[in-house]
Design a protein around this ligand. Structure first.
Ligand code: ME8
Length: 636
């Protein structure tokens, strides 16, 4: 068993957490879960960065003391991590007494060693970055990251002899190719180190900023926020204090960061560690940014969903899946609601959800809901079994080389290959000729599905637990990767559609019929819209009585209706809120398509669709004039 220590940046508490913070933390959680499930001894650290001018100013703007501001904001981070199923081992706050003590100890040690000196300095300070920039680094006199005008500050401060470690750092990076990842970021750092590395101002006079950790060798100064923050990675595990946790966990295996904080992590931090005589972390990994351009575009389409609202609408696991699937680690990615829904529908609702549904239905219908008996398979089975083995090995390699998006895709390809196996073997036909063989096909499919679900477990832990239970797996030994773990005769768990389809046309405003271009209309005419009578007969239309109705929160279009279909009650969602008040719907006898597959509309499940006529500015419900007909009647 090996150990695995992973960290996220500690986030500033000047603002609410957003999708970027969520992303790094989910990624760390996925990697930590993956290693835990491999049987590694794992430690996952996250937390908040609470000192410095930025946090101090935010507190002032809110009219509260800095500590009170931190105490209030940290709750939002902790709540969000809970919502996102982030299973961290420790949450560090830089205002923790234990952290402060380690910062003071480390600074004192470096001071005693002679690596800290006192001097006067002039520099351009960016509060957004919490760092000084030299004249050369400025872009047209502005901060290169924030493009804001910077103030020139001249004051006496303490300096860390960072420049003295420049060559040692360059040599270290050359000797340890995994130290800074991806490779192009390592080259970027080496490029930066081609210029002479200056010393680092590591203090702030209390007269200018008192919100920080006091220097033990000068009570008139506090520690520079980055020097304080970076130390969290060792203070959390008890560096410099009597604690054998430190030797157990350090060096960290991964510092996950965004590319915005590469220099502080790949230059400041390693030189600080050299000076403090600590080993270097194994890998500093900088991922790219989630861009919001396309998100704004979808806003202009009339869609005002904020990324984190997706959790409430579609569930946390689909969001985790999307973020992990869509970002190629190292590169930027665009966050976009439409691509989220498309990915959800194709991968989760279609490929995975349908497979789970098919296997479940057939086993329930023909094998009393118990996993059937396995018999010898032919070529198809051999092939499937082999891909089951291969995919586990591939995913492991991909995760270890930080190609998480590719690991997800490999797993989904495996899921698709199980679907193809089902198509080829057609157990629904085979059952009539050879029940035993059909049972064996279902065993092969269900056992392969188990492998797929286990591989997706670190990404979607809660949904995968539910789906595994649906195929009778309640106790999972993740470290066991052998084939044939499903036991014949095991009863399936309760089935629920794991990923109901999301109705894209409701979530993303589509071009209304009247606004379709002539070209588009012609395309529809040419491709034909006729269906056969047999196709039409498949549509089940029934009368339904509206029992209750209410608006769907957060939209001005949707109404959620509880309807009665004879004995049965169900819920449907309809886009009629601009034309009907919920109260006037109650008691109406409407017409509903009842055999549509369930969908999720704005986070609410809809089991059917009502019929209505749409005019230019109006919508009129199709209703039955004579309510004595009763609900649940089939339309003919
Ligand atoms: O920099 N896309 O904290 P911070 C992807 N306190 N990731 C993003 C992102 C985006 N658009 N926006 C933010 C700090 N992040 C310091 C760190 S560590 C010793 C001190 C993520 O609140 C990404 O991980 O500004 C980025 O590096 C981090 O949040 C910055 O968080």
């Amino acid at each position: 068993m090996s150990k695995f220590y992973i960290t996220t940046p500690i986030y500033y508490v000047n603002d609410e957490p957003h999708i970027g913070h969520a992303y790094t933390t989910i990624l760390a959680d996925v990697l930590a879960r993956y290693h835990r499930e491999l049987g590694d001894d794992t430690f996952f650290l996250t937390g908040t960065d609470e000192h410095g001018q930025k946090v101090y100013q935010a507190a002032k703007e809110h009219g509260v003391e800095p500590k009170q501001h931190c105490d209030e904001t940290v709750i939002h981070f902790k709540e969000l991590w809970e919502k996102l199923h982030i299973d961290y081992d420790y949450f560090i706050r830089t205002t923790d007494e234990s952290h402060k003590k380690v910062v003071q100890n480390i600074l004192q040690n470096i001071y005693n060693k002679g690596d800290i000196y006192f001097d006067e300095y002039s520099g351009h300070y960016c509060v957004g970055c919490e760092r000084f920039y030299t004249e050369k680094e400025l872009v047209e006199g502005k901060c290169p990251q924030h493009l804001t005008e910077l103030k020139l500050i001249t004051e006496k401060n303490y300096f860390f002899k960072m420049g003295a470690y420049q060559q040692k750092l360059i040599d270290y990076i050359h000797k340890h190719p995994d130290f800074i990842q991806p490779d192009f970021r390592r080259n970027e750092v080496l490029g930066f180190l081609r210029q002479p590395l200056g010393d680092l101002c590591i203090s702030r006079p209390k007269s200018r900023l008192s919100w920080g950790i006091e220097l033990s060798f000068d009570k008139n100064y506090v520690t520079y926020v980055w020097f304080d923050a970076l130390i969290n990675y060792v203070s959390a595990i008890g560096a410099t204090v009597e604690d054998d946790q430190f030797s157990q966990w350090w060096p960290a295996d991964y510092h996950l960061i965004g590319k915005d904080i590469l220099t502080t992590h790949a230059v400041y931090w390693p030189t600080m560690l050299f000076a403090a005589d600590f080993p270097q972390p194994r890998t500093i990994f900088a991922h790219g940014w989630w861009m919001s351009d396309e998100f704004k575009m979808s806003k202009s389409l009339g869609n005002v969903v904020r990324p984190l609202e997706l959790i409430d609408l579609y569930g946390v696991d689909p969001l985790r899946f999307y973020l992990m699937r869509e970002m190629v680690l190292g590169q930027d990615a665009n966050f976009n609601l439409e691509s989220f829904i498309r990915r959800y529908n194709s991968d989760l609702a279609n490929d995975l959800g349908n497979l789970v549904g098919r296997i479940n239905t057939l086993i329930r219908r023909h094998f009393d809901g118990n996993i059937p008996v396995l018999s010898d398979g032919g070529e198809n089975e051999k092939e499937l079994k082999k891909s089951g083995k291969d995919v586990g090995i591939k995913v492991r390699k991909l995760i270890e080389s930080m190609r998480v998006n590719k690991a997800v895709e490999e797993t989904m390809q495996f899921v698709r290959s199980i679907n193809r196996y089902m198509e080829k073997s057609a157990p629904w036909k085979l059952i009539k000729q050879n029940k035993e063989k059909a049972g064996s096909v279902l065993y092969f499919a269900a056992e392969s599905l188990r492998i797929g679900l286990q591989l997706l477990h670190p990404i979607m832990p809660s949904r995968m637990d539910q789906v595994l239970a649906m195929i009778g797996v309640t106790e999972i030994d993740f470290t066991n990767h052998t084939w044939g773990q499903l036991k014949s005769g095991t009863e399936l768990g309760k089935f629920e559609i794991p990923f109901p389809r999301i109705d894209l046309s409701v979530e993303i405003k589509e071009t209304p019929e009247d606004e379709k271009t002539p070209d588009k209309r012609e395309e529809i005419e040419m491709t034909g819209n006729q269906i056969s009578i047999d196709e039409f007969r498949k549509v089940e239309l029934k009368t339904a009585e509206v029992v209750s109705a209410e608006r769907v929160e957060g939209t001005d279009k949707l109404i959620k209706l509880q309807i009665k279909l004879g004995e049965e009650e169900r819920q449907i969602v309809a886009g009629i809120a601009q034309h009907y008040q919920p109260e006037e719907l109650v008691g109406k006898m409407i017409i509903v398509v009842t055999n549509l597959e369930p969908t999720i509309i704005r986070g609410v499940e809809s089991n059917g669709m009502l019929l209505a006529a749409s005019g230019k500015d109006t919508i009129v419900l199709a209703t039955m004039d004579d309510p004595s007909i009763g609900s649940g009647r089939q339309l003919i």
